[in-house]
Design a protein around this ligand. Structure first.
Ligand code: PEP
Ligand code: MN
Length: 337
């Protein structure tokens, strides 16, 4: 329920209503605006109706939140959320480019690629230390040693880091070494993990599941928000369709839909979205044009030797080309790079 107070309503009156909501066992929300105070009440709709909040003289209107997801909805918050970590801001005026290897493989591999992406304008470094691999015989990631290398890169270059957490038991180490926690596509509906990252307060990059609907993605984000963490970045990374020409089908519709329905920032992953190195730059331009807040791209200085996803990694020169080719599209979308 959204409770819009009259323009002259006082904070005191707002507090009275918030207390009433809380006493009824519901979750109160306080959203002071420029012109008026807006309140929210989340929980059992039947209890909400019995409160008769429209009877308070300071209340202008009471309207239901129509979507299943509440806190992440634009109905509750009209303005865009900006998620910040290190020097990066995702969702603001600047189109954010997050880049780095699929997996952290060694100190020299990580440091060399981190230097290149930083030089050409990446705002954050990605790199997986715990890797969700389809085959148990494939490289599973460096684990804790990988996290330590990411911290080292962060300290040497000043780039904040994004890395995937696969299990609740990894949370302490992740929070010690990493700036933004990635929830991978395969874990989008791992509710224990969503609650754990929600309790941590670290920014979260939540990837859309391989066959998840937009509503399911938003409800997964709602879990994180509800557990106390509003610092969520959504990521469209391609979905499974009947098409086999590309690894996945990058659903840019989803970006436009998400920008309408949620105040959370939305980034696009054209690397997993296409699975083809040569398609990453064109789809990055498309992501900027459709209104995404940024991209996350896999980059490797020697992709032939990469231990995972080498086929979709940009080379160093291609990353430089990406940044040059993105610029006019980012500017046309009213942003800066
Ligand atoms: C990754 O970012 O390397 C990754 C495994 O992504 P996704 O969860 O989107 O497949
Ligand atoms: Mn990958």
């Amino acid at each position: 329920m959204i409770i819009v107070l009259k323009p002259n309503a006082t904070e005191e009156q707002a507090k009275t209503i918030l207390t009433r909501i809380e006493e009824a066992g519901l979750k109160p929300l306080y959203m002071p605006g420029v012109e008026r105070i807006v309140l929210g009440a989340l929980g059992d709709e039947r209890v909400l109706q019995q409160l008769h909040l429209d009877a308070y003289p300071c209340v202008e209107t009471v309207k239901p939140i129509l979507t299943k997801y509440k806190m992440v909805s634009r109905e509750v918050q009209a303005h865009d959320t900006v998620v910040r970590f290190g020097g990066a801001a995702i969702g603001g005026e600047k189109f954010a480019v997050i880049a780095g290897p699929c997996s952290v493989e060694s100190e020299s591999q990580l440091m060399s690629v981190a230097e290149v992406v930083k030089k050409h304008g990446a705002v954050a470094l990605r790199g997986g230390a715990y890797k969700p691999r389809t085959s148990p015989y494939d490289f599973q990631g460096m684990g804790l040693d990988g996290l330590k290398l990411l911290k080292q890169a962060n300290q040497q270059l000043g780039l904040p880091t994004v890395s995937e957490v696969m299990e609740v038991s990894q949370m302490d180490a992740m929070c010690e070494y990493i700036d933004c926690l990635q929830i991978g596509a395969r874990n989008m509906q791992n509710y224990a993990l969503l609650k754990a990252v929600g309790e941590s307060k670290k920014p979260v990059l939540l990837k859309r599941g391989l066959s998840a609907t937009i509503e399911e993605l938003l409800l997964a984000a709602e879990y994180i928000y509800d557990a106390g963490n509003p610092n969520i970045i959504l990521c469209e990374r391609g979905i499974r369709t009947y098409e086999t020409a590309t690894r996945n089908t990058l659903d840019l519709n989803a970006v436009a839909v998400l920008k309408q329905r949620t105040h959370l920032p939305v980034v696009v992953d054209p690397s997993h979205g296409t699975g083809v190195r040569e398609l990453v730059i064109p789809l990055s331009r498309a992501a900027a044009a459709v209104g995404a807040d940024g991209i996350i791209v896999e980059t490797h200085l020697n992709p032939c030797e990469a231990l995972s996803d080498g086929h979709q990694a940009l080379t160093g020169p291609m990353f430089e080309q990406l940044m040059q080719e993105l610029k006019p599209f980012v500017e046309a979308a009213g942003r800066t790079l």
